[in-house]
Design a protein around this ligand. Sequence first.
Ligand code: G3H
Ligand code: 13P
Ligand code: ZN
Length: 321
Amino acid sequence: MPLTHTRELFAKALKGKYALGAFNVNNMELLQAIVEACEEEKAPVMLQISKGARHYANPVYLKKLIEAALSLSNVPIAVHLDHGDSFELCKECIDEGFTSVMIDASHEPFEKNLEVCRKVVDYAHKHNCVVEGELGHLVGAQFDQGEAGGSYSKEGHYTHPEEAAEFVKRSGVDSLAVAIGNSHGAYKFKGEQHLDLERLKAIKSALMAAGLGDYPLVLHGASSVPKDLVEEINRYGGGLGADTAGVPEADIEVARRVGCTKVNIDTDLRLAMTAAIRKTFAENPKEFDPRKYLAPARAQVKELVRHKVRDVLGCSGRASD
Ligand code: G3H
Ligand code: 13P
Ligand code: ZN
């Protein structure tokens, strides 16, 4: 099946009130695991590629691997640049045929963020590509001291609903990544785990009130960091800290019901892959055939993706929408 446009996947997800999983691809095994899982679940999917993935695997390899996946698969697949950090990188990906790019200038002041997004949007829209921007800082609650106006306080860095509406209107971005206490990696929260879901609702409402309709929001840092995977890694020689923490899957479900249309998951894939590889090596120290440890790793990632799309994102069976 040919590439499906991100625009089309978003429109259908908004209508059907489910979220799209945006899973990071870095190599063949991850790609196979994601696509085979979505194939079995009949789920549409977004494959996302970071600058680091392009550096690791080479953009041409990634493009050809995705072409192979497309030719073998019957589910809708879109290809997205994750955390593009410059106009030039976004342009490269647009020129390569990505159906969407993220320009992440969220570390810049509001007006500069807007200006960078606007430039990417102008180019993207002329070349049949849509753009994700980000407003707010994804520092996460682990740094949130809760002091109004403090450097990592909600007031200072979480996405403000009214600013979000202004940002979308003036930048022209097609989707918006929000900061509501989410963060990347395996150590997301210190103390109580939470996303500010009320703020998410307020952002969605502000966008609606500003005439932007049922506007697609994006949740980065949506890995749940499953305890069983962390334990498996540590049981077989890993050294992950006792303070690993992810977003409870129940929160992700609420977030998608409130209107997060794209949910980004990378860390959980990494944990699943690492746990299976460590287990194989611990149980078979003499093993040195990469297929013998990569096959179980791929199988474990596939199971994880199946679980996410079926039990958390609600997009199983939506491939033919
Ligand atoms: O949000 C970041 C993603 O997990 C991609 O990570 O830049 O190490 O490829 P990466
Ligand atoms: P996690 O680290 O929670 O998997 O987040 C991934 C992500 O946001 C990619 O953009
Ligand atoms: Zn991210």
